[in-house]
Design a protein around this ligand. Structure first.
Ligand code: AMP
Length: 215
């Protein structure tokens, strides 16, 4: 499986990608996670990315493409789920070139369809475990003990870019820069749509069928 998950911030791509990558035994390549790791370690990449991320803006294409070029080589033969990449037409074109050089193509792009009020609700209520990355929601998926991860006991925190003002900016950036990818992949017959609303398990069950992964 070589699949990309596409959709606005808060659509649930990360949650589903983590589960399905395990089940399909493929790599989960999440550019947001890679960048947050780089910020946490204080690497030059992290220092450059942080100013953009804090404002909810996209990190420049050349930085992202270089980062993904390093990872895709190892991932392409094993299969992968791309989560949060590509986010611009330039990134989509770079991805196609990188895969072509590896003798591969993208099988499917799964679009997670979620309404804007629901995205706002999800993102501003989201809490993330510092240790294992597991995500919760204050009202719809709260941890058993407030502020503590059920899975590993780690501390839960709100991402800097999940505050309301930044979330509104991220949604605007999505509309302007990422939504054009829907037509881009539709024209190439790669796009399938799943509803990203409703119970997690229902969404999860819809993805393999949509992505053509049902054996
Ligand atoms: P995410 O966790 O996918 O919501 O990403 C968090 C932030 O990382 C985004 O708001 C961007 O600033 C940056 N980012 C992640 N992926 C990309 C990408 N493919 N292109 C540009 N910026 C990205």
């Amino acid at each position: 499986m070589r699949v990309a998950f596409l959709g606005p911030p808060g659509a649930g791509k990360g949650t589903q990608a983590r589960d399905l990558a395990q089940e399909w035994r493929v790599l989960h390549l999440a550019t947001g996670d890679m960048l947050r790791e780089a910020v946490a370690t204080g690497s030059p990449l992290g220092r450059e990315a942080k100013t953009y991320m804090d404002q909810g803006a996209l990190v420049p294409d050349d930085v992202i493409i270089r980062m993904m070029a390093e990872r895709l080589g190892a991932a392409a033969s094993r299969g992968f789920i791309l989560d949060g990449f590509p986010r611009t037409i330039a990134q989509a074109e770079a991805l196609a070139r990188l895969l072509k050089d590896l003798g591969q193509t993208l099988d499917t792009v799964v679009y997670f369809d979620v309404s804007e009020p629901e995205l706002l609700r999800r993102l501003t209520g989201r809490r993330v475990c510092r240790k294992c990355g597991h995500t919760y929601h204050l009202t719809s998926n709260p941890p058993k003990r407030p502020g503590v991860c059920d899975a590993c006991g780690g501390e839960l925190y709100q991402r800097d870019d999940d505050t309301e003002a930044t979330v509104r900016n991220r949604l605007e950036v999505y509309r302007r820069q990422t939504a054009p990818l829907l037509d881009y992949y539709r024209q190439r017959n790669l796009l399938v749509t799943v509803s990203g609303e409703g119970p997690l398990a229902t969404i999860r069950d819809a993805i393999p069928a949509a992505a053509g992964a049902v054996r």
